[in-house]
Design a protein around this ligand. Structure first.
Ligand SMILES: [Zn+2]
Length: 308
């Protein structure tokens, strides 16, 4: 499962490659699971839109779109969910104004394409002649001649569209959090701190590996009740979470699963885990064997001496 640093790396890679490109047409596969919005809405929103930006929100990849010259969200009140055409949305849809001039005065409509990679989803930028691999669920033909493809063997990934600004991932962005926004998330919470860190309604996108690594750096046991952690310790934890995520982003995300970066090539370096996946191995600080326990069904690794 790609975690925040991987998604950040992929979003940055995509931003470099496709920002400014225009989506000429969209092909969507027959499988229902990957489509969180209706196929017709996705096609109608994406086709003829210009990719203004690509960024990460939590573990989502958000494409900000300028739908220039479109009547998708026209004054008639047609929402994105009412689009009819699955494949070819006509460029010029019937307009109430008789003059082409008037069309050009229509302000660009903004929308978003939101991709969640799930367990095995990948976004590939490739040449049209490159083989369409099995489990390809979406192909966007770009004006530059390239294609942007969504491939996902296990189909836990999700594609959806939203009107500009509509999409808002739950929780706060860990890299943008300050102590004032971070502390209240945990105060009074009786759950283990590990569970609280993984709770996507509190923090966006902190997954299992990075939670374990952050708790080690902050000297906190994963099972420790969140409510018993002092203000100073929570401050340390926030610093640790940011450090771990930034290091992993700098390394290009750690490669635990088999997904690839937006070039379609294996591209990630492994963060040197201090506790994650090191059960029984000596702590890098005190040599005590690392312990593994299960909290809410997830493996948690910690040093029984360094973490209290
Ligand atoms: Zn230790």
């Amino acid at each position: 499962m790609p975690e925040l640093p991987e998604v950040e790396t992929i979003a940055r890679g995509l931003a470099k490659r496709v920002t400014g490109d225009v989506i000429d047409s969209v092909w969507l596969g027959q499988k229902k699971e990957p489509l969180k919005s209706p196929a017709s809405a996705i096609a109608a929103t994406l086709e003829h839109s210009r990719i203004a930006a690509v960024r990460r929100m939590g573990k989502h990849i958000v494409f900000d779109l300028d739908c220039v010259g479109r009547t998708l969200l026209s004054a008639k009140g047609r929402g994105p969910n009412s689009g009819r055409a699955r494949s070819k949305a006509p460029l010029a849809q019937p307009s109430s104004t008789p003059h082409a001039e008037a069309d050009r005065s229509v302000r660009p409509t903004r929308a978003q394409w939101i991709v969640h990679l799930g367990m095995t989803g990948r976004l590939q930028v490739c040449e049209p002649q490159s083989e369409v691999v099995k489990h390809t669920h979406a192909i966007l033909k770009l004006s530059s001649g390239r294609e942007l493809r969504f491939v996902d063997p296990r189909r836990f990934g999700r594609l959806s569209v939203a009107q500009a600004g509509d999409f808002d991932a739950a929780g706060i962005e860990p890299l943008e959090a300050d102590v004032e926004t971070f502390l209240p998330l945990f105060q009074g919470r009786k759950t283990p701190i590990k569970s609280a860190l993984l709770n996507q309604n509190l923090l966006r996108g902190v997954g299992n590996i990075y939670a374990d690594e952050s708790l080690f750096r902050a000297g906190l046991r994963p099972r420790r009740r969140a409510s018993t952690i002092t203000r100073d310790q929570l401050g340390k934890l926030l610093v640790a979470v940011k450090e771990v995520l930034k290091e992993a982003i700098a390394l290009g995300g750690s490669s635990i699963s088999d997904y690839v970066n937006s070039d379609g090539e294996e591209g990630f370096f492994q963060l040197r885990h201090r506790v994650y996946g090191r059960e029984g191995e000596p702590c890098l600080v005190c040599k005590t064997p690392i312990k593994r326990i299960v909290i809410a069904g997830r493996s948690s690794h910690y040093c029984p001496k360094c973490q209290k």
